[in-house]
Write a protein that binds this ligand. Sequence first.
Ligand code: PXG
Length: 436
Amino acid sequence: MKPNNLESLWMPFTPNKTFKKDPRIIVGAKDMHFISDDGRNILDATAGLWCVNAGHGRKKIQDAVYNQIGELDYSPPFQFGHPKQFELANRLVEIFPEEMNHVFFSNSGSEAVDSALKIALAYQRARGKASKTRLIGRERGYHGVGFGGISVGGMVKNRMYFGSMLSGVDHLRHTHNPELNAFSKGLPEYGAELANDLERLVQLHDASTIAAVIVEPIAGSTGVLPPPKGYLKKLRELCTKHDILLIFDEVISAFGRMGTPTAAEFFDVTPDIICCAKALTNATIPMGATVVQDHIYNSMMDHADAPIELFHGYTYSGHPVACAAALASLDIYKEEGLFESAVESAKYMQEVAHSLKGTKNVIDIRNMGLIAAVEIEAREGAIGSRGFEAMKKAWELGVMIRANGDTIAFSPPLIVKNEQIDEMFETTKKAIESLN
Ligand code: PXG
């Protein structure tokens, strides 16, 4: 049933006026499909917003959440603890890189990022490097919508309306280079040297003023930009050389999207801090986490002001219901071997995605892990209009895809079957071909 009046809701990241004239309403979801209000099954090629990695409507998570509300619906996270938040932190550090053994909980990717930036600054101060206050992001980066996240972020529209943001922030060049790398299968060959852009910023600001660098290991929201081969390793080396923390924003990439628990493991590059959210609870209950290396936590415990080492936290940090959902999600990922099956599906999806080369207006295809992107040429003077129309057409044809500008992104749940991958791309091809 459609709500009678769509006007009272101000929808996020949505053209409200256009949407409300022709709404797309979702009333249910199961496994690989959404159900629309007109009763159609819509194949979910995006795992919602890169987050429903185990597929929709998972009974185990439903039961865990239901039982948790009955047992302990809420307890305050400051000065008191409940068992499941410790259990979840333990489970997370088991699957995160070896040196990363401490977890700070929040409620979203944006908060996980702001927590990471604040921890980086507090850590530098606690260990006697209080001049290290600059934060370095990267052009085209997306780190959520808090003021910290948009300051280090690099997507123009997310920044231009909101004033001057945090001071003392600078940006590395982005890594997108279609002249050399268009239609790369997997990681692009060219561009590792772009990591040296950090040297330029060190020469400009001096390393003694820089606290941390934050990047997405694979840039998602900006239109899927896998890192050039060797880029992340080089960036890690430079951060270590200049005593700068490296933060990976893994809000999209953690929990199996790369076939591994983290992209850090996939790339064999260990950052100092990882931010995650989304698939942590299979998106059923909002939750974010900021996971840090021992040297950061130990330094804070040893040197930060006593008695409270970090003046930061949320009413819902480590919420018991979110913890229950996360524990059940981690169980499902493990019991069903979903990270492993993502590796197989990713191989298949790479070939199917690249078979769209030659389709009308397609100018690039990119992929990595269980992520793919098909970029269509922008209409002159109307950037994003073809992407938007392709998304609408695919919805009519029964597939949910995501348009980031004129790039169509695919990030299906890890339970996806090969026939469903075929359907995702056949429908997308039809949708693209229907556009002028
Ligand atoms: N970091 C990254 C890398 C993200 O992708 C966030 C932080 C923020 O998470 P929250 O939970 O605060 O939304 C994200 C979110 C898209 C799209 O179209 C992606 C996100 C959000 C909205 C749209 O690709 N990712």
